[in-house]
Write a protein that binds this ligand. Sequence first.
Ligand SMILES: *[C@@H]1O[C@H](CO)[C@@H](O)[C@H](O)[C@H]1NC(C)=O
Ligand SMILES: *[C@@H]1O[C@H](CO)[C@@H](O)[C@H](O)[C@H]1NC(C)=O
Ligand SMILES: *[C@@H]1O[C@H](CO)[C@@H](O)[C@H](O)[C@H]1NC(C)=O
Ligand SMILES: *[C@@H]1O[C@H](CO)[C@@H](O)[C@H](O)[C@H]1NC(C)=O
Ligand SMILES: *[C@@H]1O[C@H](CO)[C@@H](O)[C@H](O)[C@H]1NC(C)=O
Ligand SMILES: *[C@@H]1O[C@H](CO)[C@@H](O)[C@H](O)[C@H]1NC(C)=O
Ligand SMILES: *[C@@H]1O[C@H](CO)[C@@H](O)[C@H](O)[C@H]1NC(C)=O
Length: 532
Amino acid sequence: MASPRFLLLFTTLSLTVSSAISGSVVEDLANLQPPSDFNTTIMKNCQHNPSLRYCNSSSMDLKEIFKFTIVASHLCNESKNPNCVHSFDHIDLRNRPKMAPLYLSYSFFWKYCPLTVLSIDLSNISLKGSFPKEVICCDQIQALDLSLNGLTGEFPIESFAPLTNLTFLNLSYNYFSESKISDSQFFKRFNDSSFIHSGILPSDRNYTIKAILLLVGFPISVILMAVCFGWLCFQRPDYLPRMFQRKHKFTPSMLRAATNGFSRKNQMVRSEGVEIYKGTLRDSTQVRIEIYRGCISREKRKEFVEECKVLVELCHKNLVQVLGWCRTRNQRAIVTEWTDGETIEMWLSGSAPPWKQRLKILIGVVDGMRYLQENWPEVVYDLRINSVLLADNHEPILSRFQVGDQYSNNKKIHKFGIFLLEIITNRRSQEFERGEAGLIEHVRDNYPENLHKVIDARMKLPENMFDQAKHGIELGLMCTDQSISKHPSLNQISHMINKVYESCLELAPQNHKRSHGDGVVGKDSSNGESRL
Ligand SMILES: *[C@@H]1O[C@H](CO)[C@@H](O)[C@H](O)[C@H]1NC(C)=O
Ligand SMILES: *[C@@H]1O[C@H](CO)[C@@H](O)[C@H](O)[C@H]1NC(C)=O
Ligand SMILES: *[C@@H]1O[C@H](CO)[C@@H](O)[C@H](O)[C@H]1NC(C)=O
Ligand SMILES: *[C@@H]1O[C@H](CO)[C@@H](O)[C@H](O)[C@H]1NC(C)=O
Ligand SMILES: *[C@@H]1O[C@H](CO)[C@@H](O)[C@H](O)[C@H]1NC(C)=O
Ligand SMILES: *[C@@H]1O[C@H](CO)[C@@H](O)[C@H](O)[C@H]1NC(C)=O
Ligand SMILES: *[C@@H]1O[C@H](CO)[C@@H](O)[C@H](O)[C@H]1NC(C)=O
């Protein structure tokens, strides 16, 4: 189409080339000057064919345009275009690693890249370094081959946007840094064979490695995870999400971790067959861990679990909360909440608690007992002043439960009677030669006339409250009386103690007021002395 203009252009060139040159293009360029009428030649060219790129450049550099025409002519011949006098449609430097860098370095040529050029082949020319961006100036091209080179660095995706007519691209066998070229809409029209081992797309080898890794790695990781999960299940379920944890079930590893490896520092009690530890669970709950060592039969182990399943259900403010259990071939453990308080025994002998507080303790104990009787009659407990704990809120807490051999109701009431007497008298049945019977005998001998010898003098009871304590003693004797067949029921006991407590509350402010006055305090203290 542009043949007449090009004819003109290339005729000039041909003349120049044939007359002046022998040797390399570089030498030619260094020595050549545009002919004097070159000015008018290109003016004419532009008039006839404004699509020539140099016509539109802001400042027409004649020398540059002249050099361009020479390089174009040489490149045309080099690329074996059929008629370099007319126009040329491809640049082919394939397999010419010596020539190629030189042509690529003529930036003025690429700047004025002839619009007739439709394909550029720069494959296998040992190009190094970054992408030759100057080539992109020929934005009308339809084919670009840069395969089999050593190009590195980022691939300039954005520079390709103007190349709207590009239909063939080959970037294979280069070392571009991996980029997300496949994400770009523009490059969707090229398939993977344009990017083989280009670095841009993950290469086949990478695919293979990844596939192998996936094929081998996936099952392995699944197995590892399963093993891990299994290990956690059996050893440290407390590390699993809550949904996978078996409630109330503790493992030896968990107990070991909670007690710093059953350290001496955590050990509270150690006696024949049982060790008691203070421990901290992973969720920082403080717990009391009772461990019973020694082999037991399968049957017994089963029973133990059944028992624990009952105990963890217990839920009352006056019962220690059983959190769970642990069972192995040669040890059993029960985990309960940790109560920081002292035992009732320590409390009694230490702080000489007033009558009102002792009543409160008795109410709590009876509440706990009633709860068990009504809901869990099979659970028995150790009701002694050295086994009942006192929580921070001054509630008594029954602990040391057992399931099975049911105490008779009478035995429970009897135990409570002893507990009651010990609370009021601050005496222990162990102090007496005949134990509990001795304590009962001691109280009975002094009932009713000499009760001041029996009732804990440190309470400094005023007269009206002393009567209440007397009723308490009566109740205690009733509960422990072996000769009568019908003992008061827990409900009756509860009723009585609550009534006493209520009247005590009524008296308390009065008592409080009086204790500030001189008379009663004196009387009280003298009473106390006389009782001693
Ligand atoms: C071209 O040459 C003419 C004289 O032949 C001169 O007047 C004109 O300025 C020149 N133009 C350029 C662009 O150099
Ligand atoms: C050069 O500019 C003219 C108008 O100024 C325009 O018609 C022509 O297409 C442009 N040619 C090129 C190659 O950009
Ligand atoms: C064009 O190339 C051929 C060889 O392919 C060479 O013989 C000839 O001299 C070249 N012509 C010019 C003008 O460079
Ligand atoms: C690449 O060029 C070299 C010469 O530089 C040649 O030996 C080789 O066959 C060429 N490879 C391809 C695939 O064209
Ligand atoms: C793409 O080709 C069309 C038709 O051949 C042409 O009109 C258009 O200018 C070309 N685009 C570029 C960027 O050269
Ligand atoms: C990829 O595209 C080229 C032409 O661009 C075509 O020859 C080749 O068959 C295509 N390959 C695949 C796998 O589609
Ligand atoms: C790109 O070049 C490589 C190496 O020569 C070749 O294997 C591949 O098929 C080419 N891709 C296309 C799309 O022609």
